[in-house]
Write a protein that binds this ligand. Structure first.
Ligand code: K7E
Ligand code: RUQ
Ligand code: CUA
Length: 647
């Protein structure tokens, strides 16, 4: 979105400046209703009604807030290392960040989607996309941990992701940047000939959740932007927005906005599935990392996958249709009934709403206006339910309340606009502070929206909080949408750059949380099942320290006979069997040696001493009145010194 922001500001400088100035004039006092405080107040000891999962943008991780309070309750590390709990540092988790280019330990995380059954949230998994290094992650909602990360080949900028079909049959991943397949070395100027965009359909195992690229649809070079699955009558379909059908590869902010219309790409994934099964696809070599966390061994491992099944629309008739969509389409959102597909032209002054029924009729009657590389283009009017006229400037994203209304974010005019799906009348508008990106209604992109709150994730913060130098937090705003008029209730600061979010009724998962891991089921190969089982083992220059942590002692706590140049692995087992008693582990002046071990769990960390000395180590998490005593010493001697192993 930051790239897009620049394009919009260049092209719409006048409108943008005008809208920012007009925002400045509004004050929060004038829009907050009197009893807002009581409506967001969650008394001490009480729970919030919803979990709000929020994407972290360039922080690479996901944050979790309670709604309506806006309180930050958790950061889930996904694509970025996270010192708070050693994610990406520990031997157990570091493989999660493997890619074909080695460990990529950050990303740009844009969208989230909760798993669904029959088009409704089922509270099992949360999927997250990585926009920089194309990846899709799956997070388990019983322990809030990342369980799996799948790299996407033949992709660059995995933006149109990780949206799911109604039964989580597939999670999709569509390319933002076109690239040559198989990382071929070709001139950039051969874009039209060699560059492709791809839409990957990742199947999700019903029981384990394991992901696999079932097939990848290869499309002409352009930019797939966003997508959403059909619902109900449109269950078999997926709708992607795309831009840059001009196929520009330089000065995109000008050259990719030449045409009046780009497309919504309608993909019949059921047909695609049949073609894939009946051998219409081509298996092409591709290498990509597939990282999974094994619950049993408590360890992540990587498999380098070797090929992918691709489908070429030329071989697969009736699988894909293009629907013209005005002015740099961004969001592609499907209403709860599955009948309306809302496109949003970032530079358009209207919102086109397409009818699934009409699209089907148009396909039957061949109401086409030519083709795009052999893919039929449906006539705009033939697919159109209608246009929302003058909704505001810069429509981006649309969510639904399940009562026949849609809410669209307006980046340029900095507002949320409520309109009716049936007659496309604008019903209400509420200012945002400032320049809203995505909006989120819990369940608002499913068959059953909760319809109670709407959260706006704003791109520009300016004067909303105490100033903190040049870098400001980003901001979210909570609106009550139960009445005719949207009511602003609360601002809350967010982490990284939130794009999309998901909201889930707390009742769905709050009683299913893992409180600690059963030590008897700990099959980590380096577990110590009690203080008496601890030891230090030397094998060549590798030293394995089998350590335990329990209030308030680390065992062993004095270790000698370790030398400069050794590779020392600390395997720390937290013996506690009690909720909320993690122990930390850290060593003085040791790069990336940092763990937070949950009760019943073992985690390992590697320390490669380069200098002799006495190295204190200690528990970093205040765990008891004797926490400060929970420490020990490691003696590192010069190479070749005559110091026997002692612990
Ligand atoms: Cu509009 Cu990456 Cu979903 Cu950001 S994108 S706002
Ligand atoms: S100790 S309770 Cu470092 Cu005062 Cu923290
Ligand atoms: Cu264990 Cu502090």
């Amino acid at each position: 979105m930051h790239i897009m922001k620049r394009a919009l500001i260049t092209l719409c400088a006048v409108a943008a400046v005008a809208s920012l100035q007009s925002c400045k004039m509004k004050t929060a006092d004038s829009v907050v209703s009197g009893d807002a405080a009581s409506r967001v107040y969650v008394a001490p000891g009480k729970y919030d009604e919803f979990y709000n999962f929020v994407s972290g943008g360039f922080s690479g991780n996901v944050t979790v807030y309670g709604l309506p309070s806006g309180r930050l309750i958790k950061t889930i590390p996904v694509f970025s290392v996270f010192p708070e709990n050693g994610y990406g540092y520990s031997e157990e988790t570091k493989a999660m960040l493997n890619t074909t280019n080695g460990k990529v330990d950050w990303d740009d995380q844009h969208h989230l989607e909760l798993s669904q059954t029959n088009g409704k949230q089922d509270g099992r998994w949360l999927f997250a996309n990585a926009n920089n290094t194309p990846r899709v992650a799956r997070i388990d909602l019983t322990n809030f941990r990342t369980q799996e990360i799948l790299q996407i080949p033949n992709s660059a900028g995995n933006h149109s992701s990780p949206f799911t079909t109604e039964n989580t049959e597939y999670v999709v991943a569509g390319t933002r940047f076109s690239v040559p397949l198989g990382d071929a070395d070709v001139p950039i100027s051969s874009f039209k000939k060699n560059f492709k965009s791809t839409a990957s359909f990742i199947s999700v195992d019903k029981n384990s959740g394991h992901m696999k690229i079932a097939f990848q649809i290869v499309l002409p070079g352009m930019n797939l932007d966003l997508s959403h699955a059909g619902k109900g009558p449109s269950h078999d379909w997926f709708f992607f927005s795309c831009y840059n059908t001009e196929q520009a590869y330089t000065m995109l902010e000008v050259n990719a906005s030449q045409k009046d219309k780009d497309f919504i790409v309608a993909v019949n994934w059921k047909k695609a599935e049949e073609y894939a099964k009946s051998g219409k696809g081509h298996i092409v070599p591709a290498s990509y990392a597939h990282n999974t966390f094994d619950e049993n061994t408590q360890k992540a491992s990587t498999v380098m996958e070797k090929d992918v099944l691709t489908l070429d629309p030329k071989d697969c008739p009736d699988m894909i249709y293009m629907i013209p969509c005005p002015k740099s389409p961004h969001g592609a959102d499907v209403d709860p009934t599955g009948e309306y597909i809302v496109g949003s032209g970032k530079l358009a002054a209207l919102i086109p709403v397409f009818s699934f029924d009409k699209i089907q009729t148009a396909i039957k009657n061949k109401s086409f206006e030519g083709d795009f590389y052999g893919i039929p283009v449906i006539k705009y009017e033939a697919a159109l339910h209608g246009e929302v006229k003058k909704p505001g400037l810069g429509p981006l994203h649309t969510e639904f309340d399940g009562k026949g209304n849609a809410y669209t974010s307006m980046f340029l005019s900095s507002e949320v606009v409520k309109w009716r799906l049936s007659d496309l009348q604008v019903l209400d508008r509420a200012p945002t502070y400032y320049s809203v990106g995505h909006i989120m209604i819990p369940g608002g992109d499913t068959r059953e929206p909760s319809g109670k709150y709407l959260v706006a994730y704003d791109k520009i913060t300016k004067d909303r909080y105490l100033p903190t130098g040049p870098e400001l937090c980003q901001s979210a705003q909570l609106y009550d949408i139960t009445g005719d008029k949207m009511q602003l209730l609360l601002d809350f600061p967010t982490t990284g750059e939130p794009h999309y979010g998901q909201g889930l009724p707390a009742s769905m998962i709050k009683d299913k949380q893992v409180k600690y891991f059963d030590i008897n089921k700990n099959h980590n190969e380096f577990v110590s099942m009690g203080e008496k089982k601890t030891k230090v083992v030397r094998t060549g220059n590798r030293v394995d320290v089998y350590m335990t942590a329990i209030r308030s002692h680390l065992t062993p706590d004095n270790i000698e006979g370790v030398f400069v140049g050794d590779e020392v692995y600390f395997h720390v087992t937290n013996l506690e069997q009690d909720w909320d008693i993690p122990h930390g582990f850290a060593i003085k002046n040791s790069p990336s040696v940092d763990l937070l071990i949950m009760p019943g769990e073992t985690q390992s960390i590697k320390f490669s001493p380069v200098k002799q000395g006495i190295y204190p180590f200690y528990c970093t998490d205040f765990c008891s009145a004797l926490h400060q005593e929970m420490s020990g010493y490691l003696r590192v001697s010069p190479k070749g010194a005559n110091v026997p192993l002692k612990f």
